[in-house]
Design a protein around this ligand. Structure first.
Ligand code: NAP
Length: 455
């Protein structure tokens, strides 16, 4: 198993990291367990101060941390700085609100008898994380668990090892206690070994459906609590009475940010017939503004995909989409040659339920457009999916939009704005998009012992 940084802009090998030895894995588990035991005796406020120091470290050296994102997975440098800021925001949310979410909760419904819930730590959590948001995804798991007193052992995606190492280094620079966080360049077998170890009591995966099936099975086999943050085919619904400008801005940024590689990207545009032509004209114009280039150049608007294999995989998927009868409405589906992992934006239509790629996640700058007559058709199409992660609805009639939102089978949905993960709000999916919630007061309780105390 190799952990390698290959710059997706020019194909140059930057650095390779050896896989962890079994001794390193054992040391990580021992340190994690020591932290778990010590944290039980430590006031939460001390950990809040330490987490604030980690947020300060990311803030002080934001450009240093941002550069690893661009070099490892090709993110535009402006987006990389934005990710570092968001990483800080996630940490600060738990600095300020973590303890309050863990205060005992009284149960008063029983006449003459008292009971309360306690929220306490359970042990180490193994976090298996993806390359598309290399710091925020890790902080979403680390910050709440650190406040709770659960150590986190990270197995990051093999193409972003410098980001994984940088997060670990940031924890050291901030003076976090040994064992609270450890990055391990683990093999899949070592991940399974850790899941089976009694010192590990939780597994948090963010990744693809396939990884979800395997890791959830391993967690289930060992009776370990797990959360699964998986993929999606989110809808962006534009009703006849939408503010066109707002809808177009949300639809385009919702699809093309991070070069289209976000779990909650607006992958399917469902547009009502009365506004369809105007919407199509406007998005073509906006898509044309995205120009590929060096992601370190501030003027570049379209970054490469994360790797050559991501590019080749998407190219294969698009061939299957078109062979299955769908059409390119805008853009050029021919492959981009050269060392960079670029992929030209596309707008496609004519995806039918029998297309072999219908309901497959297209992880890149590809929008699917559907013309829909009425709300019944919108609900049927939106819910005709095995996924249910996010979504967005554009309509100037808020009441109507919120009623429609209630009918969409999804874990979260935004009205008149693209969906964005916010520290204050629960984030997660249903169906094959996974289970469990990250962020907010719910995220910190996922790996808590919710203990009932009667009397
Ligand atoms: P991936 O291939 O599933 O990889 C995710 C992580 O799982 C990586 O660290 C990977 O390691 C690891 N992994 C895969 N199979 C494993 C196994 N059998 N045992 C142990 N570890 C295993 O996904 P990705 O391509 O990195 O990320 C993109 C996917 O993540 C998309 O589907 C996206 O929608 C989803 N995502 C979901 C959310 C959410 O919050 N719901 C957020 C972001 C991304 P290697 O790199 O070493 O294979």
């Amino acid at each position: 198993m190799s952990y390698r940084v290959v710059n997706p802009y020019n194909g140059e090998l930057i650095k390779e990291f050896p896989a962890a030895t079994d001794e390193e894995v054992e040391q990580a588990l021992t340190d994690a367990n020591n932290f778990y035991q010590q944290a039980k005796e430590q006031p939460i406020e001390q950990r809040a101060e330490q987490l604030a120091a980690l947020a300060d470290e990311f803030t002080k050296r934001a450009d240093y941390y941002a550069n690893f994102l661009t070099a490892n997975m090709g993110k535009l440098i402006s987006e990389a700085r934005g990710e570092v800021k968001k990483t800080v925001a996630f940490a600060r949310y738990y600095v300020e609100n973590g303890a309050a979410a863990l205060v005992d909760q009284d149960y008063t419904a029983m006449a003459g008898r008292k009971a309360h819930l306690e929220f306490s730590s359970i042990g180490a959590v193994v976090a298996v994380e993806p390359w598309n948001f290399p710091y925020t995804q890790v902080m979403r798991v680390f910050a709440p668990n650190f406040i709770l007193g659960n150590p986190v052992i990270l197995k990051h995606a093999s193409i972003v090892p410098e980001c994984a190492q940088a997060f670990d280094d940031a924890c050291k620079a901030a003076g976090l206690p040994t064992g609270a966080f450890k990055n391990i360049f683990a093999t899949y077998d070592q991940v399974n070994q850790m899941i089976g170890d009694p010192r590990v009591q939780g597994v948090a995966l963010t990744g693809s459906e396939k990884a979800g099936e395997l890791i959830a099975a391993e967690a289930g086999h060992n009776l370990k609590k797990s959360t699964m943050e998986l993929g999606g085919t989110d809808v962006c619904i534009v009703l006849n009475d939408a503010d066109l400008k707002k809808a177009v801005a949300g639809a385009v940024s919702g699809r093309l940010r991070n070069a289209g590689q976000a779990c909650t990207s607006a992958k399917r545009y469902l547009v009502q017939s009365g506004i369809y032509d105007e919407f199509l004209t406007a998005i073509k114009k906006e898509f044309a503004k995205y120009q590929p280039g060096d992601p370190l150049n501030e003027k570049t608007t379209l970054a490469p995909l994360s790797s050559k294999s991501a590019q080749q995989n998407l190219q294969k998927q698009i061939k299957a989409v078109l062979d299955g009868g769908a059409k390119v409405l805008w853009g050029d589906p021919t492959a981009v040659e050269g060392p960079g992992a670029f992929f030209k934006p596309l707008i496609i239509s004519g995806m039918t339920y029998d297309n072999p790629m219908y309901d497959h996640e297209l992880f890149g700058p590809v929008a699917q457009l559907y013309k829909v007559d009425d709300e019944k058709g919108i609900v049927e199409l939106a819910n005709h999916s095995n996924y249910g992660l996010g979504g967005a609805i554009y309509s100037e009639n808020l009441d109507k939009a919120r009623k429609l939102a209630s009918k969409i089978e999804t874990g979260q949905i935004a009205v008149n704005q693209p969906l964005s993960s916010l520290p204050e709000l629960p984030f997660g999916g249903i169906k094959k998009s996974g289970y469990g919630r990250e962020l907010s007061n719910l995220g910190i309780r996922e790996f808590a012992n919710i203990k009932t105390v009667l009397g």
